[in-house]
Design a protein around this ligand. Structure first.
Ligand SMILES: Cc1ncc(COP(=O)(O)O)c(C=O)c1O
Length: 382
């Protein structure tokens, strides 16, 4: 007998990341689709994890995370952005940024509340809003500049708006919010209780001398904002699924009420290891230059190609306009690229609720140089 299920997410299928990675494996293509590196964090961190496991740090961590790790996160934030957050009340260690985002949305979104998302948007925001019976209201950025027109943005804000989700540096557009952008958002939401959720997982990957502008240091926004971060993105270990969430005590109090029942706490030995590891600031301070070299290697090699590179301001992604090569929809073009040319990429239309077609695909350049060179060799032949 078939069971009848009234799906809570009727329009959600398998994510494009799984689909493209499976296609890349099937055709033995170079996988520049999903956002993960093909290198790892190195022996020092592995040895620290092993040490803490051997020393018996294998039982539940405290609900908000290992205290030393929270203290180190607070110090890191102060060092980078000059603002003091209290490790005992304002920081929670999470199972990656994904859990932090889900938990934050669940803590603040009620039925029929509206949450504005900026598209092309990372794909976990909308389902989390909808699982809480909220309404995702997309603001569409347009290729190739992906800039916000704040007058157009303003029209989306109304009395039902509860949350605005910003992602800076943004996946996939690679755009970076400036203080002027935060000022605009502060002005538009002045005297409201609208909460800003700032997804800052790529905070350490910002290019061309630009500094990451974290929301939690903005004088008019920090009292009603929370920010999410990912150790996986920073230390090349996305599979460890460790991240954290920060914000003012009133918001984090609500965040913790949900966190303690959807995960309670996250794995202990890796928290101990990371707490030791990030004492050394060089573990994260050189990341922008590391990735900028990869971006430049990838884009310079493709200068003579028929792809048009859209400048990447941050993240480890590079957008490319393929309109000179093909009139196919980007989903079809990405499949063709994988099957016939041996390079997998992500079609950008999947990051839009409307499926907007700008004939742009996304490459991930968090790969060793030999793999990037092999990929560019193939792409140059098209
Ligand atoms: C913008 C953005 N937010 C959140 C995440 C998820 O981070 P984590 O792997 O720490 O859950 C990703 C991963 O690709 C991302 O690109």
């Amino acid at each position: 007998m078939n069971i009848q299920i009234n799906s809570k997410l009727p329009n959600t299928g398998t994510t494009i990341f799984s689909i493209m990675s499976a296609l890349a494996n099937k055709h033995q293509a170079i996988n520049l689709s999903q956002g993960f590196p093909n290198y790892d964090s190195g022996d020092q961190l592995f040895e620290l994890v092993t040490k803490h496991m051997r020393e018996g740090k294998n039982q539940y961590a405290p609900m908000p995370g290992h205290l030393k790790l929270r203290e180190q996160i607070a110090q890191k934030y102060h060092h980078l952005y000059g603002e003091q957050y209290d490790p005992t009340s304002d920081i929670v260690v999470t199972a990656g940024a994904t859990q932090a985002i889900f938990t934050a949305i669940t803590a603040f979104i009620r039925a029929n509340d509206e949450a504005i998302i900026i598209e092309p948007a990372y794909d976990c925001y909308r389902p989390a809003i909808e699982l809480n019976d909220g309404v995702a209201v997309p603001y569409e950025l347009e290729a190739p500049h992906y800039e916000i027109d704040w007058d157009r943005f303003k029209r989306l804000i109304n009395f039902r708006t509860k949350l605005i989700i910003v992602n800076t540096p943004q996946n996939p557009s690679t755009n970076v919010f400036t203080d002027a952008d935060w000022d605009q958002l502060a002005k538009l939401t002045h005297n409201t209780d609208i909460i800003i959720l700032s997804d800052e997982v790529y905070e350490h990957i910002v290019f061309d001398g630009v500094k990451h502008a974290s929301i939690l240091r903005h004088p008019d926004l920090k009292h009603r904002s929370i920010a999410t971060y990912s150790f996986g993105k920073t230390f090349h270990n996305t599979g460890w699924k460790l991240g954290y969430c920060m914000g003012p005590p009133a918001l984090m109090k609500e965040f913790k009420k949900v966190h303690q029942f959807n995960v309670f706490s996250v794995n202990t030995p890796m928290q101990y290891a990371l707490a030791d590891f990030i004492e050394d600031k060089s573990t994260y301070e050189n990341l922008s230059s590391f990735y900028q070299a990869k971006r430049d290697r990838f884009t310079q090699a493709l200068e003579g190609s028929r792809f048009k590179m859209i400048p990447s301001g941050g993240t480890y992604f590079q957008l490319a306009d393929y309109s000179e090569i093909s009139g196919l929809k980007d989903t079809e073009f990405a499949k063709q690229l994988t099957i016939e040319h041996g390079v997998a990429a992500i079609p950008v239309s999947v990051f839009y609720s409307s499926g907007r077609q700008d004939k742009v695909i996304r490459f991930c350049f968090a790969k060793t140089d030999d793999l990037l060179d092999k990929a560019t060799e193939r792409l140059l032949k098209i």
